[in-house]
Design a protein around this ligand. Structure first.
Ligand code: ADP
Ligand code: MG
Length: 700
């Protein structure tokens, strides 16, 4: 980047050491380059004036034109405030100031026309504006005719030090003037031409001072494209590197292991399962190492696809393993897989923390001499002592519970790394998957096996509990089983247990033994106790399973047809969806009941309404992304996107992301390692972005 971009902010007018430090501390702005890429979060149309009676809090920033009719000071000390009435001739709004009271009293004249610019809020049932910017009617906009005014992120501290929107605007104008003619282009000219993008310099000008909404959107497009393009370029380059350096096992044959199991299947594979199986076959037959993410809603039949793929590995002389996040899940996988492979050539073993010494030794011996074909287990599989004769295929279930380094340890269990299939039931929106797992291939099972009845989802509040109990009893009488789930509070397992305890006391009173029997499962139990309680429920010996959200992952009890989720407002969207997926696995009509308090926040209500309206995991995940943003989605924070997104929005810019990804792929197709001199710019930018991330993580 050019010299000017490294310039310290202090050289801008109005910025002394104090304000420079504040901008640094509050917004991470160190240099002129940082400042120019501090993009506005919104724009308001300053040619539009609202009538006061039109105002409501959802409008955000607005401007109104009118006169002050009265002003008075109340309170003393830090509580001191100035309240004024402001009218546009038709209606009135209250305006409140906590700071600069004296100055306002002296400067503002009653009866003179002003323009107020600020946010409307609702206070004591009436509309008011706190600390609006007050200006005389004809504002001199800095860039002539600009009517779209940019709004910048701000903090209390910044505002108290005079760094308000007006100041920002002046600062940006100065920064643009000082760097005029020196803003270097960061995208190669052919790309700019192909997508008709603005130059970087034009884009920066119009992002801060849009002459009109058309230019603003072109500026946004250009800057978003750049951001997404470099992320994709980085990911795809890493992937190309992996593919070119890592040889993979080549599975060519299909033989007895696969055929035997396939013939025993009591049903047809769904089209989605067939498609994914083909994708995996093509990867594993290519001679390159596969790294594939398999996404599919709970119950979509991922495990079966994984098993069939593993059997192909065995048909080619390799061993396979399936790693599950919990012991119960590993046991369930083992039981269902053993049924499918029974009376055939495939040997299957189960290794968990609970496996006894003698059994363990036999298992490990069979594994190292190659007589054991498929090992199913928990992360006990990663241990040093677990030595395969020839591991060719690894399945990792419920990926978000395993770290990247754990994945790596499995890779190293064979000289040539095995193929890896990571399965997740957390639907990840496509745009997010492309960014988070851009270096993995992604397969999606987007179809449930036929004959599943949709789950009826209902919302009840706490004082309708008796009706819910009544309904549970009806279902139990009809021979069904019921889950009751309590929220798990990560910060306090004790608290979490208390919730369950209280809930359990109510259940015990309402559903007394011997007529009703209840299993209790929570995070503080020893794993044997947990397994014991689970087993009772799985075998149908208990009617109710009262649990914290430990049951979220995987358990499969087709006879359980009712899921009651207590304090549902305290769960996230995806989590609720996962929990609901525990029912609806058998032939009976299933129900999910969301219990909440009477008073709900708007967001909580939206979440529950959405869940009652749809059962489509991807739709829910997209909504989750829109409502909470990518940072809060499960799994996103840990994995971390390579570069911070300053302007692109994964929830909204899906199409642009695809364009950017295709453009990056095309560049790499022609020049995989970016060695071509015409791609030198791309390399420099990638390095700079990596450097920026490194610097940033050092600072914070
Ligand atoms: P997932 O792992 O994706 O949650 P599973 O593989 O556990 O799903 O499958 C859920 C249930 O559906 C299992 O009981 C499985 O036997 C059954 N199943 C899988 N594929 C099919 C299919 N094509 N048709 C009918 N049932 C299927
Ligand atoms: Mg599963």
């Amino acid at each position: 980047m050019s010299r000017a971009f490294d310039t310290n902010l202090q050289f801008l007018s109005g910025v002394g050491p104090r304000r420079a430090l504040l901008l640094q501390k509050e917004l991470g702005i160190h240099t002129l380059g940082d400042l120019l890429s501090c993009y506005p979060f919104r724009y308001i149309d300053r040619s539009r004036f609202y009538a006061i009676r039109e105002l409501h809090p959802d409008l955000g920033y607005v401007q109104v034109r009118g006169r002050f009719t009265s002003m008075s000071v109340q309170g003393v000390g830090p509580k001191k405030r100035l309240t004024a009435s402001f009218t546009d001739g038709v209606s009135e709004i209250e305006v409140v100031f906590f700071q600069g009271i004296k100055w306002i009293q002296e400067k503002m004249k009653m009866g003179t026309e002003y323009v107020l610019f600020g946010k409307v809020s609702l206070f004591n049932q009436s509309m008011n504006m706190v600390h609006p910017e007050v200006e005389p009617p004809q504002i001199d906009t800095l860039q002539g005719s600009a009517s779209m005014q940019a709004l910048y992120p701000s903090t209390e501290k910044l505002k108290n030090n005079g760094i308000n929107q007006k100041f920002f605007s002046r600062l940006m104008a100065d920064a643009l003037a000082k760097s005029s003619g020196q803003i270097a282009e960061t995208l190669p000219p052919p790309l700019i031409r192909r997508f008709s993008l603005l130059s970087r310099s034009e884009a920066l000008t119009h992002i801060h001072f849009p002459a009109n909404s058309n230019l603003l959107s072109k500026a946004q497009q250009r800057l978003k494209f750049e951001e997404l393009f470099y992320i994709q370029l980085d990911l795809l380059k890493q992937k190309a590197l992996r593919l070119s350096t890592r040889q993979g096992q080549c599975f060519i044959k299909i033989g007895a292991h696969f055929d035997h199991c396939y013939r025993r299947l009591p049903f047809e594979l769904t089209n989605a399962q067939k498609r994914v199986l083909k994708e995996i076959r093509s990867d594993t037959g290519s001679g390159k190492q596969m790294n594939r993410l398999l996404q599919g809603d709970v119950g979509s039949g991922k495990t079966l696809v994984a098993l069939l793929s593993a059997l192909i590995a065995m048909d080619n002389g390799f061993q396979a393993c399936i790693m599950a996040p919990t012991e119960i899940l590993a046991q369930q996988h083992c039981a269902s897989i053993s049924k499918l492979t029974a009376e055939g050539p495939t040997t299957v073993g189960l290794l968990t923390g609970a496996t006894k010494r003698g059994a363990r030794k036999k298992l490990l011996d069979a594994l190292s001499d190659g007589t054991l074909h498929l090992l199913i287990g928990t992360h006990a599989l990663i241990e040093e002592k677990v030595q395969f004769a020839n591991l060719g295929f690894v399945v990792i279930d419920e990926q978000h519970r395993f770290g990247v380094d754990q994945r790596a340890r499995l890779w190293n269990k064979n000289e040539a790394p095995p193929h890896i299939l990571v399965m997740t039931a957390t639907p990840i929106p496509r745009t997010l998957a492309m960014t988070l797992y851009g270096d993995l291939e992604v397969s999606v099972i987007d179809e449930l096996p036929p004959g599943r009845q949709p789950i009826k989802s209902l919302h009840f509040n706490d004082n309708q509990r008796l009706r819910v109990f009544h309904f549970m009893k009806e279902q139990i009488r009809a021979g069904r089983q019921v889950y009751v789930v309590y929220p798990l509070i990560k910060e306090s397992e004790k608290m979490d247990y208390k919730n369950l305890e209280e809930g359990y006391a109510v259940i015990a009173r309402e559903f007394p033994p011997p007529q009703y029997r209840t299993s209790v499962v929570h995070g503080q139990q020893k794993s044997e106790d947990k397994a014991f309680e689970m087993k009772l429920f799985v075998e149908g010996k208990t009617h109710i399973m009262a649990a914290t959200s430990v049951i979220e992952v995987g358990v499969d009890v087709p006879n359980a047809s009712v899921m009651v989720i207590e304090s549902a407002e305290r769960f996230g969207l995806s989590q609720l969806h996962q929990l609901r997926g525990r029912v609806g696995r058998g032939a009976a009509q299933s129900y999910c009941i969301f219990m909440t308090g009477h008073k709900l926040t708007k967001e909580a209500r939206q979440r529950i309404e959405l869940l009652c309206a749809t059962q489509d995991g991807f739709e829910i995940a997209e909504a989750d992304l829109r409502l909470r943003g990518p940072g809060d989605l499960e799994g996103v924070r840990q994995s971390g996107i390579a570069f911070e997104l300053k302007i692109a929005d994964l929830a909204r810019d899906g199409q642009l992301l695809e364009l950017a990804r295709n453009a990056a792929a095309k560049v790499l197709e022609e020049d995989p390692m970016l060695q071509n001199p015409q791609n030198a710019l791309l390399n420099t930018e990638l390095q700079r972005l990596h450097q920026e991330v490194a610097d940033y993580s050092r600072i914070s």
